[in-house]
Design a protein. Structure first.
Length: 86
């Protein structure tokens, strides 16, 4: 595999992890409203939404860990990032 293929593969992996996180968070937001707003028509519906919310939270936790690993770490603890060019 050459350099460009490696870069493409890495970009695809990053995009997949980020997109999975975004999708999970969107559904979590919807289900939180439904679960805590008690908009379920039946007890079974409520239980299913609670289970789905729990599962999505677990998936989001995994996705967050993946994204966290992608974030570059600072050069060292002694050096601060020179944001303002000082």
């Amino acid at each position: 595999m050459n350099n460009i293929e490696i870069i493409i593969k890495e970009q695809k992996e990053k995009s997949l992890a980020i997109n999975n996180l975004v999708i999970n968070l969107q559904y979590i937001q919807t289900l939180i409203t439904q679960v805590f707003g008690a908009n379920a028509e039946s007890l079974d519906d409520y239980k299913n939404r609670c289970l789905a919310l729990t599962n999505l939270c677990k998936e989001a936790e995994v996705s967050l860990r993946e994204v966290k690993l992608m974030v570059p770490s600072p050069v060292s603890n002694d050096e601060s990032l020179d944001v303002e060019g000082k």
